[in-house]
Design a protein around this ligand. Structure first.
Ligand SMILES: *[C@@H]1O[C@H](CO)[C@@H](O)[C@H](O)[C@H]1NC(C)=O
Ligand SMILES: *[C@@H]1O[C@H](CO)[C@@H](O)[C@H](O)[C@H]1NC(C)=O
Ligand SMILES: *[C@@H]1O[C@H](CO)[C@@H](O)[C@H](O)[C@H]1NC(C)=O
Ligand SMILES: *[C@@H]1O[C@H](CO)[C@@H](O)[C@H](O)[C@H]1NC(C)=O
Ligand SMILES: *[C@@H]1O[C@H](CO)[C@@H](O)[C@H](O)[C@H]1NC(C)=O
Ligand SMILES: *[C@@H]1O[C@H](CO)[C@@H](O)[C@H](O)[C@H]1NC(C)=O
Ligand SMILES: *[C@@H]1O[C@H](CO)[C@@H](O)[C@H](O)[C@H]1NC(C)=O
Ligand SMILES: *[C@@H]1O[C@H](CO)[C@@H](O)[C@H](O)[C@H]1NC(C)=O
Ligand SMILES: *[C@@H]1O[C@H](CO)[C@@H](O)[C@H](O)[C@H]1NC(C)=O
Ligand SMILES: *[C@@H]1O[C@H](CO)[C@@H](O)[C@H](O)[C@H]1NC(C)=O
Ligand SMILES: *[C@@H]1O[C@H](CO)[C@@H](O)[C@H](O)[C@H]1NC(C)=O
Ligand SMILES: *[C@@H]1O[C@H](CO)[C@@H](O)[C@H](O)[C@H]1NC(C)=O
Length: 393
């Protein structure tokens, strides 16, 4: 064996994380060590499937994947870190090229945040636009400890530097930045709730987390199908299935001549929610500048509140699995969902008290105090923040 090969073999053997004496059996969570690349291996044994009409596709090659965001018309080539980047001639013209798995990320738009959290990757986040508006207590905690900082908005030079300091920037195509690592994320353009959820697969491609994404998406799908099925049964059980309207108030602003208005919102995903629950969406382009006129024209009776629809399912397998902390946002799933309407008398609006929310003025100090006063999953019960007990960062 030549000296160089011996050296390479020794290097590989001493690498503590990945020793690739054979083709990977799961997508790698780190780089291929120097000298260990083997062009004959398939580096992505876990593959995401194309989901028709989700708005993106992925094509797999042995050491890279080509991801196309159809909605934004952008293509990204993701190659396994530690293997050669594909030659420019063999990839689509204009494609951005990123090594995966990405180690850190900036969010210039937060629509990808929950997907990243569900994949157990929130600690890869460095800069986020609008940290103050994020409800995830774990992100608030990361901000409090300095791991996550607000994305610079005033100083463009500094913002550019922040963008380039992370492997990737996920953002809205409507605010697309010129940086070579800016990735347009279009979940909110997908037409239905489940197709929006399927964009977790898009995010997972960057983390080599296709397998985890499939688990989460199946779980979301099972939950959604379960609850919407219960709603549909309840809707069809009554003589006249109700019509449902999504009313929208437009506050006065520079965009509407400082004139308030009321109208209906028929975004496709809202219509999908409506139909999936067995309800008929109201189709009206009517618009009012007076709330009184609105109520006269559409005198909707205030609905009596019904019992919540639930699916009683056994606790899910915690995701991500045991060695990692459970994701606070995992969705209850089961292979055999069983579900039911909760029994009991109809409650009047006043008997169901909504969860108390801290006022905005006390939010920051209060939540910071609560977070710092306990380690996740421990501490006296009374000191816990009002999050599900499974919450853990
Ligand atoms: C997804 O669709 C694209 C384009 O239609 C195709 O090239 C690719 O091979 C498909 N990927 C998978 C995983 O089936
Ligand atoms: C999509 O992008 C390609 C490559 O950048 C460009 O040639 C093409 O005109 C774009 N298509 C549309 C519909 O914008
Ligand atoms: C592809 O082209 C870009 C810029 O034109 C260059 O930076 C990069 O190194 C090239 N990649 C390969 C693998 O040749
Ligand atoms: C947390 O976010 C705020 C913006 O809301 C930022 O000003 C602050 O520097 C961040 N905290 C740390 C420790 O990075
Ligand atoms: C903007 O940020 C850059 C890089 O940090 C810094 O050098 C520059 O002074 C800043 N500009 C202003 C106007 O603060
Ligand atoms: C992102 O990770 C790279 C590689 O480890 C590191 O050089 C860079 O400083 C990180 N960026 C931030 C903002 O921490
Ligand atoms: C949800 O599950 C159904 C039935 O298995 C399947 O047809 C559909 O493609 C799934 N949707 C998503 C977004 O995974
Ligand atoms: C909903 O109705 C269908 C058809 O009658 C039935 O098979 C299903 O079990 C019902 N689901 C629930 C939760 O009642
Ligand atoms: C904007 O509002 C002002 C006063 O309310 C009114 O005079 C003006 O005609 C409005 N302009 C448009 C374009 O509606
Ligand atoms: C909502 O409905 C109105 C009237 O039918 C139509 O003009 C508008 O384009 C629709 N909007 C959406 C988002 O579908
Ligand atoms: C609900 O509470 C409001 C305000 O406290 C009160 O005016 C109303 O009568 C109550 N309605 C019922 C049904 O108890
Ligand atoms: C919320 O915060 C704003 C700005 O600080 C303040 O004007 C408003 O009174 C607060 N609202 C409540 C309910 O505390």
């Amino acid at each position: 064996m030549p000296i160089a090969s011996l050296l390479a073999a020794a290097l590989v053997a001493s690498a503590s994380t990945v020793v690739l004496a054979q083709a990977p059996t799961a997508n790698l969570q780190s780089c291929v060590p120097a000298g260990a690349y083997n062009a004959a291996y398939d580096y992505f044994p876990n593959k995401a499937q194309n989901l028709s009409s989700s708005g993106f596709t992925v094509a797999y090659y042995p050491n890279y994947k080509v991801v196309t965001n159809i909605i934004a018309n952008t293509t990204t080539v993701l190659y396994q870190c530690g293997t050669p980047a594909p030659a420019n001639g063999s990839i689509p013209a204009g494609a951005k090229v990123v090594a995966v798995p990405v180690v850190n990320a900036t969010l210039s738009d937060v629509t990808s945040l929950t997907f990243i959290e569900l994949l157990g990757k929130r600690t890869t986040l460095s800069y986020i636009d609008g940290v103050d508006f994020i409800v995830s207590p774990c992100i608030q905690q990361l901000n409090a400890t300095g791991a996550v900082d607000e994305l610079e908005s005033a100083n463009q030079t500094l913002q550019d530097a922040q963008f380039l300091s992370t492997s990737v920037v996920f953002g809205s195509p409507f605010g697309a930045a010129p940086e070579p690592n800016f990735i347009s994320f279009s979940a909110t353009s997908a037409p239905s709730p489940l197709l929006r959820s399927s964009w977790i697969n898009f995010i997972s491609l960057f983390y080599n987390a296709e397998s985890d994404a499939a688990t989460v998406l199946n779980s979301i799908n099972a939950s959604y199908t379960c609850v919407s099925g219960a709603a549909k049964n309840a809707s069809t059980a009554v003589a006249t299935p109700p019509t449902l309207a999504w009313a929208q108030y437009n506050a006065p602003s520079q965009y509407n001549n400082n004139t308030a208005s009321w109208q209906f919102n028929n975004a496709s995903y809202k219509l999908a929610y409506t139909r999936d629950a067995g309800l008929t969406p109201l189709n009206s382009a009517a618009k009012f500048t007076s709330a009184a006129d609105f109520q006269v024209r559409f005198p909707f009776p205030l609905p009596s509140l019904h019992d919540p629809l639930t699916c009683s399912q056994p606790p899910p397998p915690l995701h991500p699995p045991p060695t990692r902390p459970p994701s606070p946002l995992s969705i209850t799933s089961s292979t055999k969902p069983s579900w039911a309407l909760l029994p009991g008398p109809h409650s009047s609006p006043n008997t169901t008290s909504p969860p108390t929310r801290p006022s905005n003025s006390s939010r920051t100090s209060k939540s910071t105090a609560q977070i710092s006063s306990r380690t996740p999953g421990s501490g006296p019960r009374g000191s816990r923040p009002p999050y599900p007990s499974r919450m853990s960062c």
